[in-house]
Write a protein that binds this ligand. Structure first.
Ligand code: PEP
Length: 252
């Protein structure tokens, strides 16, 4: 099954109305102008900007996503946002299990799985993030850690339309450092083979696997050319129109 390239901008806790909307409008303009849709693009602004960014990218083909969601659909959870609320704002995606949430909020694989399942139940596609810390890589434990996180975080019902997996080595996020292409290829091959064992070969072949961690215009082509990499989850570089657009254009 052919997998369409996907590039996702994770704005993290960045963006006010003025700069966020200017960024969204500029990307929407380029996307509308482009005509063909060789790659798919999604923007995941902070919750405060989702509605306004949604308006700015209307009819551009750019999809919208949230950076997290609560496992429950509603209720007494002050400060949280549910997957149906994201759906209500026309989001297509919800990032779950980002390493910054795992670190800042103590999110476990079990919680990430519950969040991913909440996303699926709301009709969203979950972008499930996994990746090793530097000490784990140094100790030669990368594949074991990634496998454990993957199998522990994957939602029931994972399928090409409902689930994207993002491999993001924690030590590469926001640091300017990246694994070698061989290292990225090794981890993506492991993820694909574990997905095949868990879900069957056909389903596994259809699920998109993104790489994330210091993707820039200057390294995107090389990274996206790695076998099994279907695009990128991009943090810092997604805040710059030219940089993010060049990354998207580097998709296969
Ligand atoms: C991320 O936030 O998912 C990420 C990959 O960040 P950066 O691109 O800044 O490393």
């Amino acid at each position: 099954m052919a997998r369409r390239s996907l590039v996702v901008g994770n704005w993290k806790m960045n963006g006010f109305k003025a700069d966020g909307l200017a960024l969204a409008r500029a990307l929407a303009g380029r996307m509308r102008h482009r005509g063909d849709a060789r790659f798919e693009m999604a923007l995941c602004p902070p919750f405060t900007l989702i509605a306004a960014v949604g308006d700015a990218i209307a009819n551009s083909g750019i999809a919208l996503g949230g950076q997290d969601c609560h496992p429950k659909p509603k209720g007494a959870h002050t400060g949280d946002v549910s997957a149906p609320m994201l759906k209500d704002l026309d989001c297509r995606f919800a990032i779950v299990g980002h390493s910054e949430r795992r670190a800042d909020h103590g999110e476990t694989d079990a919680l990430v799985k519950a969040k991913a399942e909440a996303a699926l139940a709301a009709g969203l596609t979950a972008i499930v993030c996994i990746g090793e810390r530097e000490a784990e890589r140094d100790a030669g434990r990368t594949l074991q850690v990634v496998k454990t996180q993957l199998l522990g975080s994957l939602p029931k019902g994972a399928a090409p339309a409902t689930t994207v997996v993002a491999y993001e080595p924690v030590w590469a996020i926001g640091t300017g450092r990246t694994p070698t292409t061989a290292e990225i290829g090794e981890v993506h091959a492991l993820i694909r083979s574990e997905l095949a064992q868990a879900l069957g070969k056909t389903t596994a072949e259809g699920i998109r696997l993104l790489y994330g961690g210091s993707v820039k215009a200057s390294n995107a082509k090389e990274i996206f050319a790695v076998d099994g990499v279907d695009g990128g989850l991009v943090g810092g570089a997604s805040l710059d129109v030219d940089e993010f657009w060049a990354i998207a254009e580097a998709c296969r």
